[in-house]
Ligand binder design. Structure first.
Ligand code: C5P
Length: 298
């Protein structure tokens, strides 16, 4: 089975506080875009779970979130919906003969675009279909929460509010279809390190999440775009913050309706209501280096 794993953008990202379990309570408006990895899942008789990608530096063992997703699936799917499984199914799913997952990466890695989480979500969605398990999207998302905080959203996709660790999801009215231009600068950011730093940073500004939701309800793309904000921008080291700001300024100069950073970065993006302006921004940013993408929202 072949499946696509879409990248996500954070239209807003707010950190509400640190929790006793060490994670942080978040409030974020998320949006899927067309930029996607391609996954191919096939049963084998090797007795092994094998993951391979076209990027040599990505793990092909359990450290890969796609492999973790498959393992959590075989542990959880049976438990979640016992009535649906007979003994043969159970034997087949627990002592499976082998599974190969091949991932063609297009989403940049460690970029704040949820690439690894989306691959994991795609594995879960595919296994739900391949095994004819008929778990609801919510049940699949709850298995995803065992793999990573962004995985439940990646199972559902579209436009959604994510709260708690990221696993409490409320679908929102879809963002009016538009073009996103993304630029991932040359450096990468460690998500745990930035989360650790945010506790000691005095946040200058918080996103207007309610305003973004009201704008979505009104179908007001410009209203959403000008309210986009991500508190992690304040936690970036000076040089990296300057680079992200330069990208955002270029996007705005080229006619973006708004610009922000996605996730824990470092990818910055802008939203456009005109394909011509988006293409111009894409060309301008390519002159400055980094990985630059033009994608429609999904
Ligand atoms: O859940 P996930 O493994 O994707 O999270 C990666 C890291 O990000 C965690 O180890 C934690 O440091 C941080 N995190 C957090 N609060 C969240 C989500 C992630 O502190 N809600």
């Amino acid at each position: 089975m072949q499946v696509e794993a879409h990248a996500k953008l954070n239209l807003t990202l707010d950190v509400l506080g640190r929790r006793p379990d060490g994670y942080h309570d978040l409030r974020m408006v998320m949006q899927s875009i067309e930029l996607a990895d391609l996954l191919d899942l096939s049963y084998t008789n090797t007795g092994e779970l094998r993951v391979s990608t076209n990027l040599h530096f990505l793990p092909n063992n359990e450290k890969n979130l796609a492999a973790q997703a498959a393992l959590r699936w075989y542990e959880s799917a049976v438990v979640q919906n016992p009535g649906k499984w007979d003994t043969e199914d159970l034997k087949r799913s627990v002592n499976f003969d082998g599974l190969d997952v091949t991932i063609e990466k297009h989403i940049p890695v460690c970029a704040g675009l949820g690439g690894g989480s989306s691959d994991a979500a795609a594995v879960l969605r595919a296994l739900n279909l391949m095994e004819d398990a008929c778990l609801s999207p919510e049940a699949v998302a709850s298995i995803g929460a065992l793999v990573g905080s962004d995985v439940p959203y990646c199972v559902i996709g579209g436009t959604a509010l994510a709260e708690g660790r990221g696993e409490i999801l409320t679908p929102l009215p879809p963002l009016p279809r538009c073009w996103a231009v993304l630029c991932k600068p040359e450096f990468s950011i460690s998500t745990p390190a930035l989360f650790a730093k945010i506790d000691s940073v005095r946040l200058r500004c918080r996103p207007d999440t309610k305003g973004v939701i009201a704008a979505l309800e009104a179908g007001d793309l410009a209203g959403v775009s000008r309210r986009m904000y991500n508190v992690f921008e304040d936690a970036l080291p000076e040089r990296q913050r300057t680079r992200v700001n330069d990208i955002k300024n270029t996007l705005i100069q080229c006619g973006a309706l708004g610009a922000s950073m996605s996730g824990t970065g470092p990818t910055a993006f802008g939203l456009f209501d005109s394909e011509d302006k988006a293409r111009e921004a894409w060309e301008r940013l390519r002159e400055f280096g980094g990985e630059v993408f033009l994608a429609q929202t999904v």
